[in-house]
Design a protein around this ligand. Structure first.
Ligand code: BT5
Length: 268
């Protein structure tokens, strides 16, 4: 397949979107270490709610818990959004769920079948990861200063271009459809969808976001092991709490609320 490596165009994206708050300003870079790091620096310098950072390539793309995000140039989307929501810091995890819904809606709109959301931050198709979200927030005890939502989505990433370390567990729109994606058009759709979900969330619409999240969730009632930095627990997935925590019925019969960890399905 002849793949063209066209640049993203922040001007074209800005002209095409019609949003309430997101993307009024887009900071666009060729190669930077990480869009999340750049967004954090901009937020600390006073960047406004809804400003977006996009890079063509990341040299140190960040995953969760010190892991990395493979980010070669001109193929995919690496985007971070700066938000300044007026909600309690305890509800910050809702932004990861909200972003997962926006990504899943956008991915579904170009595939003919729905993706799956794996709690908390993976978007999978055919059980392979097509996108990940890294939410980082800066809070005072009673208010959120800013939230950075970092999104990596594999668009025109061919299997041959992937390092061996992710070849078996990653996928992309190109792999799934055999067609190259218009990255500008995809980015517009994603920003539009995030903007809509953000508005909904701030206006008390978490229940409706959760309903959509649930429609992409396949692990309810399944047995899983959750690995956390300091321990691991096994149990049956009961669902998601209003703050985004995973609720497990532990093997000993007690309920567990898990705020962060990696879910490994047992009887998937
Ligand atoms: C995530 O972490 O899934 C969050 C990824 C967020 C990346 C975006 S890109 C824009 C923004 N700026 C940043 O610096 N980061 C964000 P986690 O659940 O920890 O998953 C990381 C794991 O996914 C790695 O250890 C690999 O196994 C796998 N992985 C790495 N790169 C991948 C890719 N391009 N596609 C699929 N899987 C990948």
């Amino acid at each position: 397949m002849n793949l063209s490596h066209e640049s993203l165009s922040p001007d074209e994206i800005q002209r095409a979107i019609s949003t309430g708050r997101l993307g009024k300003k887009i900071h666009y870079f060729g190669t930077i270490p990480s869009t999340n790091l750049k967004a954090q620096a901009l937020a600390k310098q006073g960047a406004a709610d809804g400003e977006i950072v996009i890079a063509e390539e990341q040299t140190h793309g960040k995953g969760r818990m010190g892991r990395g995000w493979v980010s070669p140039p001109y193929l995919n989307l690496y985007l971070s959004v700066i938000l300044r929501p007026k909600i309690s810091p305890t509800l910050a995890p809702q932004f990861t769920l909200m972003s997962a819904v926006a990504i899943a809606d956008t991915v579904q709109s170009i595939l003919s079948f729905p993706p799956e959301i794996k709690w908390p931050n993976d978007i999978l198709v055919d059980r392979k990861k097509i996108a990940g979200v890294l939410t980082e927030s800066s809070c005072e005890p009673d208010r959120i200063l800013f939230v950075i939502i970092g999104i990596g989505i594999n668009l025109n990433f061919s299997r041959e271009m992937m390092p061996e370390s992710i070849q078996e567990k990653a996928t992309s729109v190109l792999i799934l459809t055999q067609r190259q994606v218009d990255r500008n058009a995809f980015t517009c759709r994603l920003i539009q969808s995030l903007d809509q979900c953000y508005g909904e969330l701030e206006n008390g619409g978490f229940a409706s976001i959760m309903q959509r999240w649930d429609s992409y969730f396949r692990l309810r009632g399944k047995n899983v092991t959750v690995e956390m930095p300091d321990r691991r627990v096994s149990g049956r997935v009961e669902g998601i709490d209003t703050d985004g925590a995973l609720i497990l019925m532990g093997e000993g019969g007690g309920r567990e609320r898990i705020v962060a960890g990696d879910v490994i399905p047992i009887d998937y």
